[in-house]
Design a protein around this ligand. Structure first.
Ligand SMILES: Cc1cc2nc3c(=O)[nH]c(=O)nc-3n(C[C@H](O)[C@H](O)[C@H](O)COP(=O)(O)O)c2cc1C
Length: 259
């Protein structure tokens, strides 16, 4: 049996301020003899207690403490800048023939890794395609071309699409398939990854068609070494953009209801 505690409190460092107790979403910490003490065995391992402790007295042994960074007020985003970035972010489908550096892929994945997940499940994983792009695209094309006509009877978008040889990846040098059994968790991670990719100078688009195909094709799943239980939530296609947009685009009015 694993008796390792989920959360460790260094009693020597703890000053009994109670901040961790107040912030713990699982009510998992209590005060005992003017020191914080772990109450239950259930724990989200969300790390709020680590983030809030003024004496850095708390650790979660399962995680690498060296990854923890100090947070300051300057780390907050500027709201006007953020909205401008969101408004000007386009789906990029024209890419330069330049590979994507592995360190930059890792940084994009970090943005996914640190995104919130329901119950802190951290149940999102990633398949990075930089070598098998052509082989996989060919397989995906084969399947879509077979399915276009029969499925087109029910799915109107399939009737109108033109399937050229670069239909799925648009000659992009990198593709990340975001895997999770929780669609919301996977989608939130993907959204932050998209922002990070943009901040690194890349253009991206989501390949919904590839996501649909990867979940159907045994051959592609085999090529990607995917387990039976793994489900693609979305696919982020990434590369250096070979297109520049000069202005933002208009959108429908938001439907908002205040109660
Ligand atoms: C879930 C999702 C799936 C998408 N799938 C595709 C796709 O398979 N191929 C494609 O060219 N664009 C795809 N897109 C891009 C949309 O067409 C695009 O976001 C939309 O037209 C708005 O354009 P914009 O992103 O430039 O604002 C997808 C977008 C989303 C959010």
């Amino acid at each position: 049996m694993n008796t390792k505690p989920d959360v460790k409190i260094d009693i020597e460092k703890c000053v009994g301020c109670g901040k961790c107790i107040k912030d713990c979403p699982e009510y998992n910490i209590v005060m005992e003899n003017k020191k914080a003490k772990i109450n239950k065995t259930t724990c989200l391992k969300c790390g709020h207690c680590i983030a809030i402790c003024p004496r850095n007295a708390i650790t979660i042994p399962e995680y690498n403490s060296k990854e923890i960074l100090p947070v300051s007020i300057e780390d907050k985003l500027n709201s006007d800048q953020l909205l401008k970035v969101i408004k000007s972010g386009r789906s990029v489908r024209q890419f330069k023939d330049i590979p994507v550096e592995i360190e930059k892929i890792q940084q994009i994945i970090e943005a996914g890794r640190y995104t919130a997940t329901a119950s802190n499940a951290q149940d999102v994983s990633y398949i990075v395609i930089t070598e098998k792009n052509n082989e996989i695209e060919r397989e995906a094309l084969k399947l879509l071309r077979i399915l276009k006509r029969p499925l087109g009877i029910f799915i109107s978008i399939l009737r109108s699409i033109t399937i050229d040889d670069n239909f799925f990846f648009k000659r992009a040098p990198a593709v990340i398939v975001i895997i999770s059994n929780n669609k919301v968790n996977g989608s939130l991670a993907a959204s932050n990854m998209e922002l990070m990719a943009e901040a690194l100078g890349f253009g991206t688009f989501y390949s919904g068609f590839f996501t649909a195909v990867v979940n159907k094709s045994l051959k592609i799943r085999r090529l990607l070494n995917m387990k039976k239980s793994q489900k693609a939530v979305t696919t982020l296609v990434i590369g250096y953009p070979d297109v520049t947009y000069l202005r933002t685009v208009p959108r429908k009015k938001a439907i908002v209801q205040f109660e």
